[in-house]
Design a protein around this ligand. Structure first.
Ligand code: AMP
Ligand code: MG
Length: 328
């Protein structure tokens, strides 16, 4: 068996040992509720979503502690399970040949918090089982192919958790708003995207699409913070202000992408994201709910454990283990 995923710094608890299904159940039950509240359903109205809202938050528990502190603790607790589930997923693919995968697609306008979410939430999982890809403007090579070409190449392998920081949705968002292709081209893409995502789901990919939704005012504040802080100025791109000037067009493009591409195979979730601590907690819940639905178990060994143990102890009795150690 591949043991790479077992490698952890000695001071970090092994979640496979410390977490039991008993503590997963209540967290998973709440995660499923949060997910239901955030899911884009028929008649969904993006304009009606309050970016400062906190759907599913257990208000009384949070009140004692304050949201930030409470969220940090909860995300850490959920993170332990995310790491545990990720390892099971990885093991099943490695040993059992399963094709299951998880793909988290993160979309947001500038300053929406995609990077922060990846750092805070995906950070709980083992880097060896993660495949994180960011999508910027397509390169010359990428432009020579259809818009899904670079996306297909970036998909996670079986057993791996993939995270897209922006995605093929830019091809019906930024591309549409900035008039980079004719309308007939981007209009045809909603169907192509739905077909593509269905194909992925049929191949074992659990797809979670999350739009991190910030308000116009919050974006202004975060852009200002970037300009005011010399350690954040590198994140500022003057082009962000051009996109900001097209705010209503982006909202309309997002509304269409959400309405036209929220499918059973690949649902959309809108996460109110003005409060970073809520956003982190909500996305952690989306991941946990997806994992819980997968019912992941460690694969049974394909060999006779007793037989292998006997071989190893026989070797020790013969004194070979000791000789090898001394000679190395
Ligand atoms: P950032 O995520 O801040 O590094 O910015 C990446 C930029 O790349 C954003 O302005 C996106 O809109 C842009 N981008 C991503 N994908 C595409 C695409 N397919 N076509 C055009 N622009 C894109
Ligand atoms: Mg940017």
């Amino acid at each position: 068996m591949d043991t790479r995923l077992k490698a952890r710094p000695a001071n970090v608890a092994d979640p496979a040992v410390t977490s039991t299904p008993a503590d997963l159940a209540p967290l998973a039950a709440r995660a499923a509720k949060v997910r239901d509240l955030l899911r884009v359903g028929p008649g969904f109205d993006l304009a009606a979503v309050d970016a400062r809202a906190t759907p599913g938050l257990p208000r009384r528990a949070v009140a004692d502690q304050g949201g930030k502190e409470w969220s940090r603790e909860q995300v850490a607790a959920i993170g332990t399970h995310l790491a545990d589930q990720q390892e099971r997923l990885f093991a099943q693919a490695k040993v059992g040949g399963a094709r299951g995968r998880l793909l988290l697609v993160l979309q947001a306008l500038d300053c929406g918090g995609k990077d922060g979410t990846i750092k805070r939430v995906a950070g709980a999982m083992n880097p060896l089982g993660l495949h994180i890809v960011g999508f910027g403007p397509p390169t010359k090579e990428e432009r020579a192919h259809d818009f899904l070409w670079r996306i297909r190449r970036a998909l996670p392998d079986p057993g791996v958790v993939g995270i897209f920081n922006r995605s093929h949705y830019e091809d019906v968002l930024a591309v549409r708003v900035r008039n980079l292709v004719p309308e007939s081209t981007w209009r045809a893409r909603y169907d192509l995207i739905n077909q593509f995502e269905k194909e992925l789901a049929d191949d074992g990919v659990t797809i979670i699409k999350a739009m991190l939704h910030i308000s116009y005012g919050e974006q202004r504040q975060r852009l200002l913070d970037r300009l005011n802080d010399p350690t954040k100025q590198w994140k500022f791109n003057p082009g962000d202000l051009d996109d900001r000037a097209r705010w209503p067009d982006f909202q309309a493009a997002y509304a269409d992408a959400l309405a036209l591409c929220a499918t059973p195979a690949a649902p959309w979730y809108v996460v109110p994201a003005d409060r970073k601590w809520y956003r982190n907690w909500a996305v952690a819940n989306l991941l946990l709910a997806a994992f819980a639905d997968m019912g992941l178990k460690y694969p049974a060994p394909s060999f006779d454990v007793e037989e292998q143990r006997a071989r190893l102890t026989a070797e020790e009795r013969a004194g070979r283990g000791k000789r090898e150690m001394n000679s190395s």
